[in-house]
Design a protein around this ligand. Structure first.
Ligand code: DSN
Length: 474
């Protein structure tokens, strides 16, 4: 065999052959996904079409710049791919191209939000987002009294708004009051853990009252927005950001939608009576490249395009409707068993279980659920003092819905969760001060380990019956 032929065959070896160790780990992760109940609200199982595009030759190409204006040659096809994805993004959310534009190059949600702040604000300008312990996101700014945790809070001044601890609902009146004092340049309507529809009309009014830009970060719900099953931010927002891998079910990436045309509410220049226009397009595009990013990930951009085509289908609409029905069913079944949910329930794909009434915390229950193959995350509940020992568990239904779970399956899931929580209570022995390390050690005691093993086997047998999109093998 010539050296050239050897090289060609070396580079063409399938993963199982060229790197059995990595192949085995990917295979094991696939098995974990199939056997378990994936209930992390921000996760999903993307389609084979998306995976094929992600794993395609598009990953080889550099294309710094934008369609038609690139810093590298050979981008004729990449230009078509990016333009097609942009067109599909506007179509998926029912937007007109003279009113909205979209940048599909952000690598993920945090950089997308940071690009918006960088584009439209001076360093240390003021922003307001939902407080992280109340269900907000790190990228909307987060600082403790002693430390600026998120870089958003290092480079911009943020004052959080809160939920009402009694109702768990955003306190719009308080937001309106504090916005008048703080005078932010941007108010962010976006969440990481808030189960009710956002009232974008109220956000709009508050922004108009203080002259702020309304940035809607719809990352969690963008699939549900596309399917019109939750509140739509587009009629109210100036800028809309989203990741593409959550309820939208695409690749890990993000998009920034920005308004074009005359400003709303209308602003007339006194000098010549002309109407002021939005100037976001150039600023946002320049913030992404060359401001914050280099070459876009063309494989991800192509894959977003595939996901957006799928999001315009009747099948996707049915999936999105089912996501919400499943979340409501989960809440209803667990409430019937005596559990409490923040904000009383859900309008969306997620629900926040409050463990305070049963003397447990999120870290312990997350660990017990993990051991029985239910993946969730611990989450703060409104009023929590520590993010390290939060009192809630966040559940989401997009991933299970993608696998075909319907309401009756979710009733089974709720029963599994209830059994796991009861085992956690036995391990905890009504001692809410028991340290997590002691709790984990106690989980290994025979009487608890046996119950956990039995439950895990039952859950895995149940979950394995449901189909999994993607490739057959890994
Ligand atoms: N990590 C995502 C979430 O779980 O909400 C957001 O970045």
């Amino acid at each position: 065999m010539s050296e050239d032929t050897k090289m060609a065959s070396f580079l063409s070896e399938p993963l199982a052959q060229c790197d059995p160790e990595m192949y085995e780990l990917v295979r094991k992760e696939k098995q974990r996904q199939i056997r378990g109940l994936e209930m992390i609200a921000s996760e999903n199982f993307t389609s084979r079409g998306v995976l094929e595009t992600l794993g395609s030759c598009l990953t080889n190409k550099y294309s710094e710049g934008y369609p038609g204006v690139r810093y590298y040659g050979g981008n004729e096809i990449i230009d078509q791919i990016e333009s097609l994805t942009q067109k599909r993004a506007l179509t998926a959310f029912g937007l007109k191209d003279d009113e909205w534009g979209v940048n599909v190059q952000p690598l993920s949600g945090c950089p997308a939000n940071f690009a918006v702040y960088s584009a439209l604000l001076e360093p240390h300008s003021r922003i307001m987002g939902l407080d992280l312990p109340d269900g907000g996101h790190l990228s909307h700014g987060y600082a403790t009294p002693s430390k600026k945790i998120s870089f958003t809070s290092v480079y911009f001044e943020n004052m959080p708004y809160k939920v009402n601890p009694q109702t768990g609902l955003i306190d719009y009146e308080e937001l309106a009051r504090t916005a008048k004092l703080f005078r932010p340049k941007i108010i962010i309507a976006g969440i990481s853990c808030y189960s009710r529809n956002l009232e974008y009309d109220k956000f709009r009014q508050i922004c108009d009252d203080v002259g702020a830009i309304l940035l809607a970060d719809m990352a969690h719900v963008s699939g549900l927005v596309a399917a019109k099953v939750v509140a739509d931010p587009f009629p109210y927002a100036d800028i809309v950001t989203t990741t593409t891998h959550k309820s939208l079910r695409g690749p890990r990436a993000a998009m920034i939608f920005y308004r074009k045309g005359p400003k709303r509410p209308q602003v007339v220049n006194k000098s010549d009576n002309s109407v002021q226009m939005y100037d976001y397009e150039k600023k946002i595009n320049e913030a992404i490249f060359p401001g914050l990013q280099g070459g876009p990930h063309n494989n991800a951009i192509g894959a977003i395009g595939v996901a957006l085509k799928q999001a315009a289908s009747e099948e996707f609409k049915a999936y999105a409707q089912q996501v919400v029905k499943n979340a409501k069913q989960l809440v209803q079944t667990l409430k019937e068993k005596g559990y409490t949910f923040v904000a009383g329930g859900t309008d969306t794909h997620l629900a926040l279980l409050d463990l305070r009434p049963i003397g447990l915390d999120g870290a312990k229950v997350e660990r017990v659920l993990e051991v029985v193959s239910i993946a969730v995350n611990k989450n703060t509940c409104p009023g929590d003092k520590s993010a390290l020992k939060p009192s809630g568990i966040r559940f989401g239904t997009p991933a299970l819905t993608t696998r075909g779970f319907r309401e009756n399956d979710i009733v089974r899931v709720a029963e599994f969760i209830d059994r796991a929580v009861k085992i956690a209570q036995e391990i905890n022995q009504n001692d809410s001060n028991q340290l997590l390390k002691d709790f984990k050690a106690n989980m290994k005691l025979d009487q608890h380990a046996k119950k956990l093993d039995e439950l895990k086997e039952e859950i895995e047998n149940f979950a394995s019956q449901f189909p999994m999109p993607g490739y057959e093998s890994i």
